[in-house]
Design a protein around this ligand. Structure first.
Ligand code: SF4
Length: 406
């Protein structure tokens, strides 16, 4: 359960890990001691509910008696609710119920115009909560998060939990703004670099980028340089090549003497790339062929390269399954550090560990094929991937899963 507030709403995330039935009939109730007097004040204290037979609708009532029990008819409310079912950062492996609520502060007695009460204490909201499922749903037993108390019928509000509200933003106003997650390769990096330049030119001070970009040529070099690597040839990505040009791969061919073909994305493009690689292998030659000349040139897109170079600099980066590869990532240059989320905010990310049993490194270097991984098709599938090669449809294991039927 997570809370945040601004001056209008109290936002509540109910992450119900135990509720794993997509069309289950679970429901919840929130009760609020609006005047914070630890008793049920008729026609003042309120409750919010969602019911399995009113799925998707949040409704509000006032209590009518000095104990929990009697309630008015359903009132109009400006509070809102959204329901989801899927993984969350609390549990990425299993789908479960997620409710998101925005409770209007005025409806729960937290008047933003007078944040501080007469006792000079920050504003608090007194609440109780319960979550239930119908018995036949099974597997879901929690009735309230740890530490939470609800008032059963016939009881008062003596034991509800107090939530302190924030009266001012945690960050200065100049630090409140969107953080854009910069992921991808040379394909996406230029547009994000251009966005940063545009933000600077417009004098924006509340736009941030978390750069996690990676570069293809150093990764290919690392694959080929790995001891025991068994790669006969490389189909080079057309979209990356549009930006960096075929010239960016020449070192690769010279250093490792490996056949290379830049390919487009139509089936015939891939077939042509495979054809030229086989031809090179049969002739025992190794050079670079551009099978996507309608989009890729030798020099690539110089404007995009220049924009990237202006904003980013190369840094060592960690690749799942391959380890750290020198100068294979992009970070934001000091001149643009005002837009760098990693510098603006105190963010420390845990090191991504390679999943136990996953042999992605061996698969990427051609030492093994996906069926040789003990997790392949058993616990690792495109729907529930374990390692990085199964995550995207372009991943080796995911492609093998989809197209290799033997
Ligand atoms: S099948 Fe899954 S766990 Fe095994 S190598 Fe591929 S991605 Fe990794």
């Amino acid at each position: 359960m997570f809370f945040k507030n601004d001056a209008q709403y109290l936002y509540i995330l109910l992450d119900v890990l135990g509720c794993q039935v997509a069309d289950g009939e679970e429901y919840f109730g929130i009760e609020v001691d609006v005047d914070r007097d630890k008793s049920v004040t008729p026609y003042t204290d309120t409750c919010f509910r969602v019911r399995h037979d009113l799925k998707g609708d949040l409704y509000r009532r006032l209590y009518t008696k000095p104990l929990v029990g009697g309630e008015t008819r359903v009132l109009t409310t400006t509070s809102e609710m959204a329901t989801g079912f899927g993984p969350s950062f609390n549990d990425t492996r299993r789908d479960h119920r997620i409710w998101e609520l925005a409770l209007n502060l005025e409806e729960i007695g937290a008047d933003p115009t007078s944040w501080w009460g007469s006792d000079d204490r920050p504003p608090v909201v007194r609440m109780g909560l319960w979550v239930r499922s119908t018995p036949e749903e099974g597997g879901f037993v929690d009735e309230a998060p740890e530490g939470w108390r609800m008032a059963p019928p016939g009881r008062d509000f003596a034991d509800l939990l107090e939530i302190s509200l924030a009266t001012q933003p945690k960050f200065p106003e100049t630090l409140i703004g969107p953080v854009f997650l910069g992921v991808g390769f040379e394909t996406t990096a230029p547009t994000i670099a251009a966005a940063i330049i545009s933000a600077r030119d417009k004098g924006l001070h509340n736009f941030f980028v978390f750069s996690a970009h990676k570069l293809i040529p150093p990764a290919l070099s690392a694959l080929l340089a790995t001891e025991g690597s068994s790669i006969d040839g490389l189909i080079l990505p057309g979209h990356v090549s549009v930006i960096i040009g075929t010239g960016a791969y020449l070192r690769l061919v010279e250093d490792y003497h490996v056949p290379c073909a830049v390919a487009g994305f139509e089936p015939v493009d891939i077939l042509q790339a495979v054809h030229v690689l086989v031809e090179q292998l049969e002739k025992k030659s190794a050079h670079l062929e551009n099978c996507y000349p309608r989009a890729v040139t030798f020099d690539g897109n110089k404007k995009a390269q220049q924009v990237m170079e202006t904003v980013f600099k190369k840094v060592d980066a960690l690749w799942r399954g391959l380890g750290t590869i020198p100068r294979s990532g992009l970070c934001i240059r000091d001149e643009f550090s005002a837009y760098d989320a990693q510098k603006a905010f105190d963010v420390s990310l845990p090191q991504a560990e390679d999943p136990q049993g996953c042999i992605c490194g061996d698969i990427l270097t051609g030492k093994k094929t996906p069926p040789q991984c003990p997790l392949y098709r058993t616990v690792c599938t495109p729907v529930d991937p374990v390692g990085p090669c199964m995550v995207s449809s372009e991943g080796t294991c995911a492609a093998f899963y989809r197209y290799h039927t033997a």
